[in-house]
Design a protein around this ligand. Structure first.
Ligand code: FUB
Length: 338
């Protein structure tokens, strides 16, 4: 376990949001922060970025991560603890390469870590690992979740106890190759026909043991303000990757990255599986190509965890940050300029 003291400017909650947007740790590079409150503390489940010496390409081969470190903090602006390696690719029997953005959940005394990694055929699948501690170490199940594919799992436990996994990511995340329900490596990775509906994120209900899908995988529809599905060519509104679900005042807020237009946006619905109506921009572009976030309520205040490349200036060596998130009285979310 290593500890890292945040930079002096990252002061306590009362200091206000503008002082919070500093790298949370600098001893390792971290990205894609999925934050949860467990046992009164914030636990962050991020990707662990490394310099693998692989040239940057549209496939994302330069994101060649091999393990996860879990972070925790007692308060926003407080000391951040790096709990060391929680899961390594070498301990996932079916894994090939690229351990990308994870998420976590808790049920009946067990913590679950959900992770995307390419299998030995270079196809992204989503696996699950368990632990009795929120900081791990985690033990991976011997096979990926049946029916899972692509990247960026985000698990949401509803107030009635039902849990759902949101997943998917375009281009390097391979979601466009699953249009027919089976893997098609010949599907064009980019530039879909301008008039076709956007490829949607996926959602599946989780089984009672949290280790399987309970029922079919469903494609999520994002509607525009006229009630029409967002088109594939509408790159400022369509889903790209990094989905997240939070519930606020009984409504379901599905937020995501628009990828090549570098926005974090949100859409709202009345069911956890959608459809969701596009509402606006959560966060303007950060430094670096990717933008990926999570939203969590902690001690009565809402926060957004995200990343940028402040420490390295390199898109594949990112650092996680946190800042305040404001729900306006009308249910809209105030746009954050990072
Ligand atoms: O960290 C690798 C990938 O970059 C994630 O899976 C995407 O969401 C993007 O942040």
């Amino acid at each position: 376990t290593e500890s890292a003291t945040p930079p002096a400017a990252a002061k306590a909650d009362s200091a206000g949001p503008k002082y919070l947007a500093k790298p949370l740790i600098s001893n390792i590079y971290t990205a894609d922060p999925s934050a949860h409150v467990f046992n009164g503390k914030i636990y962050i489940y991020p990707s662990h970025d490394i310099e693998a010496g692989i040239a940057e390409n549209d496939n994302g081969d330069h994101f060649a991560m091999r393990d996860y470190h879990i972070l925790s903090l007692d308060s926003i602006g407080g000391k951040v603890t790096d709990h060391g390696v929680a899961l390594d690719t070498k301990d996932i029997p079916w894994a090939g390469r690229q351990l990308w953005a994870p998420d976590a959940a808790f049920k009946n005394g067990t913590y679950f870590l959900y992770f995307p990694v390419k299998d030995k055929k270079d196809v992204f699948r989503i696996g699950v690992a368990t632990s009795t501690s929120p900081s791990g170490p985690f033990k991976a199940e011997p096979t990926p979740i049946t029916g899972s594919y692509s990247i960026d799992p985000a698990v949401f436990s509803d107030t009635n106890g039902a849990a759902y996994m949101y997943f998917g990511g375009l281009w390097g995340g391979q979601l466009q190759r699953w249009k027919t329900g089976t893997y098609d490596p010949t599907a064009p990775d980019k530039k879909p026909d301008g008039r076709e509906p956007a490829v949607g994120a996926r959602v599946a209900k989780l089984s009672a043991d949290m280790k399987h899908f309970d029922g079919p995988v469903k494609e999520i529809t994002i509607l525009d303000s006229l009630g029409k599905p967002v088109l594939a060519s509408d790159s400022k509104h369509r889903f790209f990757e990094g989905g997240w679900m939070h519930k606020f005042q009984g409504k379901y807020y599905f937020s995501y990255s628009t990828g090549d237009t570098h926005l974090l946006v949100y859409a709202v619905g009345t069911s956890p599986t959608g459809p969701f109506t596009y509402k606006g921009v959560l966060m303007k572009p950060v430094q670096g190509w990717t933008t990926h976030h999570s939203i969590v309520e902690f001690k009565g205040k809402w926060y957004i965890f995200y990343h940028d490349t402040e420490l390295s200036g390199k898109t594949w060596l990112r650092n996680v940050k946190v800042t305040a998130l404001t729900h306006n009285p009308d249910g809209s979310i105030a746009t954050i300029t990072p």
